[in-house]
Design a protein around this ligand. Structure first.
Ligand SMILES: *[C@@H]1O[C@H](CO)[C@@H](O)[C@H](O)[C@H]1NC(C)=O
Ligand SMILES: *[C@@H]1O[C@H](CO)[C@@H](O)[C@H](O)[C@H]1NC(C)=O
Ligand SMILES: *[C@@H]1O[C@H](CO)[C@@H](O)[C@H](O)[C@H]1NC(C)=O
Ligand SMILES: *[C@@H]1O[C@H](CO)[C@@H](O)[C@H](O)[C@H]1NC(C)=O
Ligand SMILES: *[C@@H]1O[C@H](CO)[C@@H](O)[C@H](O)[C@H]1NC(C)=O
Ligand SMILES: CC(=O)N[C@H]1CO[C@H](CO)[C@@H](O)[C@@H]1O
Length: 820
């Protein structure tokens, strides 16, 4: 007995000592964050846990670590955790603690940005809509009701972290936390109340005693104890206003988000790497990629209005978790070059000056290996500079990094990493044609049934729905004395509308994407109707497509037929129906009856054959087997209109392939001269999103799975299919002196070399051309080294590839390989 107690006592003491040994003190000075008194360079990347699955997390985190990251950053998504007041969810992909622990097991730090307003192109910026429904509540300002709810939620999360000992001083890995988010952008709107709210946020943060620093991003006057940090595409000219705090960059945008109706955005890696190199050149010490893995807006979590389901973001890891090459690899090389001079960057003195056009920064100090950066900020011209007796060629808009200052280890515009072109492959033949059963959404029954309540006014949509659905019925009737043509006119704040008169569908309209950051989706719907004497019914189905997530008072942005007016017009007579008795019904019938959970074979209301096409308000269901292998699985929704898709009862998001991106704006991309969204778009005139990620953990191995689609505007499911994503083509374009590595990055191998030239080849992947000179045998040497292998490496030199038949200044090897 005694010895047992003694034994467990010893265990407790050992555990306590172990914890203490791991416990780390986090502080800062004007140069950097300090961990146990040591300054640190922190290279971090954003991965949002609800945008992937727990099964994906360890692999994403491992690839982030391999890519050279020290930390993973995430927001905390309040409306996902507390969709209804005091009803909390932390299961599946909302298991925040498990996510942080996965980050810890990989040996990485964590940065948690609690907000709880997060923006993030996430529905309603992460705030629960029940806040909006609470009388007297004013969001993100000095309002007691809001501050109470915010404090409750933030405290709950902090206590969860503390209980699991996740803060660094407790032996955990959280080294930094954020309160609020980009409030500096909107503070002016809230006036004095905004000012005192910021003070209150800082006080709340300070009172939670987490033992690690707090930050506020884009907050010039971040009150103590919070530290100001920067968000943007570039960070070299940013300086914190408080000179005793370090230069930290919480969001460096690796790409950009996409809305329904816009093409796909890309940010070239040469420009991204340049912005990072310049940030460290100019004294930055903590940098976070937003996003490192963007992932997927499952369910109805996409913000908006009009954010698409994919949140790929052109991040270094693509939506499915594959390295987005060359972005992932080129940044990995950059991180190695920066880390090679970490000590000097943190403790050295610094000297910055120009040599002709070249901006030179030298970090140096007694007993330290020096480190140098050479920048050519000219956006059109190469420059050649002689530095410490050696000549360097700097491409336009590039920085060279020279750990030791004697040799270029890295240049941001010289990409040695392969480019991978991913392709979608059909799954096995037997799966190719899916057999569909279907059932109609019961519109008529819905129209006849009274709503859940009646009011003599037209109420704002989310105020009624609490965002329990995208759909809200507004229904009324009107007694008319005579029959005849009339016009129904509906003023709505958007985003979409289906109108019914006397139970007949008379028309639909969606607000077009407004091209900018979606401010106003209101429109006027007009349609001729034939009235009958006596009672006429009007039913309006209003649809929202993601609640606004950004801007001053974004929470008050109206959705639905708020205030109307809704009018019936005959000649010059306008009958205003706005204060009629309006009956309300939230959601649609199949949603309420959860058709998406119908996974058994029991037909139960589903018609097993003869499915209709182009029929609005239709549910479709099919079975499919899990595609073989490990490659990511996607649903190709081409042919469908608009709706939502579920696999085995889990929503894989809203689809809308009928919404094509604008046809202009896809010009050839140039990395030089400063990136902004719209610079580098692809997919003009194509669906903004056609393929939807189906995480493998949603699928059952060796069993059949169920796909349910709700089609709202009419589509043809016979064209829908499952596909897998894999590398189709791998290209390299590598300077002499480096190594070219090609890999099919998955289960395939290199089947042929479609192009190889060593000399001065032109062009880019899939469009390489030979230059004026080359080495004769390069192609056969590359074929020998690569064909039949899943990956291969070749040192790019004349010794390996043979002499070229003329002298070019900088020789390159360009290769295009097919994977199959
Ligand atoms: C600047 O930061 C220091 C901590 O590093 C803090 O003590 C001081 O109050 C801050 N100054 C201002 C004006 O906020
Ligand atoms: C870039 O370099 C060229 C050639 O030296 C020069 O004419 C041009 O003005 C430079 N552009 C900028 C923006 O400095
Ligand atoms: C600066 O430019 C001049 C004229 O082109 C050249 O002679 C000189 O070598 C350059 N200096 C450096 C440090 O490269
Ligand atoms: C939104 O657009 C509609 C129609 O174009 C216009 O009547 C309305 O004034 C606009 N509202 C705002 C807030 O800009
Ligand atoms: C070098 O050889 C290639 C063929 O391998 C030829 O097309 C090219 O014209 C030659 N260039 C010179 C400068 O001789
Ligand atoms: C700090 C910063 O660079 N902010 C910019 C971020 O991107 C948006 C959208 O392009 C710009 O409007 C901001 O100025």
């Amino acid at each position: 007995m005694n010895s047992l107690i003694g034994f467990s006592y010893v265990l407790v003491v050992i555990a306590w000592l172990f914890q203490l040994a791991l416990a780390a003190e986090v502080s800062y000075d004007k140069r950097a964050l300090k961990i146990n008194g040591e300054r640190k360079i922190v290279i971090s990347g954003s991965i949002h846990y609800p945008r992937s699955t727990p099964e994906m997390w360890p692999d994403l985190i491992r690839k982030a670590k391999e890519g050279g990251l020290d930390a993973i950053e995430t927001y905390v998504f309040w409306n996902a955790h507390e969709p209804r007041r005091k009803e909390y969810h932390f299961e599946d992909n909302l298991d925040l603690v498990r996510f942080i622990k996965d980050v810890q097991s990989a040996g990485l730090y964590a940065i948690v940005r609690l907000g709880p307003y997060v923006c993030a192109e996430w529905n309603y910026g992460g705030l629960p809509v029940w806040l909006h429904q609470t009388p007297g509540m004013q969001i993100r300002t000095d309002n007691q009701l809001f501050k109470d709810e915010m404090q409750t939620f933030v405290t709950l999360i902090i206590n969860m972290f503390k209980k699991d000992k996740l803060f660094a001083p407790q032996g955990g890995n959280i080294i930094l936390a954020q309160i609020e988010n980009e409030y500096g952008d909107v503070e002016h709107y809230y006036g004095d109340a905004g000012r005192s709210y910021v003070q209150w946020c800082a006080k709340l943060a300070g009172s939670l005693e987490i033992g690690v620093p707090w930050v506020m991003c884009k907050q010039k006057d971040a009150p103590s104890p919070t530290l100001e940090t920067h968000n943007g595409f570039y960070g070299e000219s940013y300086q914190p206003s408080n000179s005793t705090t370090p230069k930290m960059w919480t969001e460096n945008w690796t790409g950009w988000f996409v809305a329904w109706g816009t093409p796909i955005e890309h940010r070239p890696v040469e420009d991204l790497a340049y912005s990072v190199a310049r940030f460290f050149q100019s004294g930055g010490t903590l940098q976070n990629y937003y996003m490192y893995h963007g992932g997927t807006n499952f369910g109805r979590t996409a913000g908006g209005p009009y954010m698409i389901t994919s949140y790929d973001y052109d991040a270094p890891l693509d939506e499915y978790g594959n390295p987005n090459q060359p972005k992932w690899g080129h940044l990995q090389d950059l991180h190695l070059a920066i880390k090679a001079m970490e000590k000097t960057l943190l403790y050295g003195k610094t000297k910055t000056y120009y040599l002709n056009e070249t901006l030179v920064t030298t970090y140096y100090g007694a007993g330290m290996q020096p480190g140098c950066f050479l920048t050519n900020a000219n956006s059109s011209h190469h420059t050649t500079v002689t530095f410490q007796g050696k000549q360097y060629v700097l491409p336009p808009w590039s920085t060279s990094i020279l750990p030791g200052c004697k040799k270029e280890a890295y240049n941001t515009a010289k990409v040695s990493t392969q480019a991978s072109i991913m392709v979608k492959c059909p799954t096995t033949k037997e799966d190719a044609s899916l057999s569909w059963s279907w059932r109609p959404e019961r519109i008529r029954e819905n129209l006849k049934r009274d709503g859940v309540f009646t009011k003599h006014e037209l109420i704002e949509q989310k105020l009624v729905t609490g965002d329990a659905s995208d759909y809200l019925w507004y229904m009324t009737s009107v007694d008319l004395s005579k029959e005849g043509q009339m016009k129904l006119r509906v003023n709505t704040a958007g985003h979409g509308l289906h109108a019914f008169f006397n139970e007949k569908h008379i028309g639909s309209h969606y607000a077009p994407f407004d091209g900018e950051h979606n401010v106003n989706y209101s429109f006027v719907f007009e349609q001729n109707v034939v009235a009958k004497p006596g009672r006429n019914s009007i039913a309006l189905l209003s649809i929202s497509v993601g609640l606004k997530n950004y801007g001053p008072a974004f929470d008050l942005n109206p959705e639905g037929i708020v205030g109307g007016p809704v009018e019936l017009i005959r000649a010059n007579d306008i009958l205003d129906l706005s204060s009629n008795p309006w009956s309300y019904k939230i959601g649609i019938d199949g949603e309420e009856r959860r058709f998406y959970l119908h996974t058994s074979d029991d037909p139960h209301g589903w018609q097993p054959s003869g499915f209709p096409t182009m029929r609005p308000f239709t549910w479709y269901k099919t079975k499919f087997s899990t595609p073989l292998g490990k490659d990511p699985v996607v649903l190709d929704t081409i042919g469908m209109g608009k709706g939502e898709a579920w696999v085995n009862g889990k929503s894989i998001g809203r689809f809308w392939p009928k919404y094509l991106a604008t046809t202009d704006g896809c010009k050839p991309c140039d990395y030089r001269g400063g990136f902004s969204p719209g610079n580098c778009q692809t997919g003009c005139g194509q669906p903004s999103q056609r393929w939807y990620h189906v995480p493998r953990s949603f699928l059952k191995a060796g069993e059949t799975n169920t796909l349910v689609l709700f089609e709202e505007i009419g589509g043809d499911p016979s064209r829908v299919s499952f596909q897998t994503v894999t590398t189709g083509v791998a290209c390299g374009n590598v300077h002499e002196g480096k190594t070219l590595t090609l890999s099919c990055q998955g289960e395939r191998s290199i089947s042929s070399i479609q192009f190889a030239s060593f000399g001065d080849p032109h062009g880019t992947c899939k469009a390489f051309r030979k230059g004026s000179c080359e080495a004769k045998k390069a192609l056969s040497i590359v074929q020998q080294a690569c064909v039949g292998k899943s990956s291969c490496s070749i040192d790019v030199s004349e010794a390996i590839l043979g002499e070229t038949n003329c002298s070019v200044f900088v020789k390159r090897l360009a290769v295009q390989a097919a994977c199959s």
